[in-house]
Design a protein around this ligand. Structure first.
Ligand SMILES: [Zn+2]
Length: 54
């Protein structure tokens, strides 16, 4: 279990400033690697990266 953002690798834990509005990412490590994420061990997308996806 990790609080890393799969896009930027920053922590999204409570108190980090990125906890609010973080989006959970589902799937195995292999699936996330196949999707080309830079930090496939992460299990979240932080609100800043989520905003950039739109
Ligand atoms: Zn991010």
């Amino acid at each position: 279990m990790t609080d890393k953002c799969i896009h930027c690798g920053r922590k999204t834990n409570p108190g980090s400033g990125l906890f609010a509005n973080r989006v959970p990412v589902f799937g195995t490590l292999e699936e996330k690697m196949g999707d080309g994420f830079r930090y496939p061990e992460g299990e979240w997308i932080c609100r800043e990266c989520d905003a950039m996806r739109d």
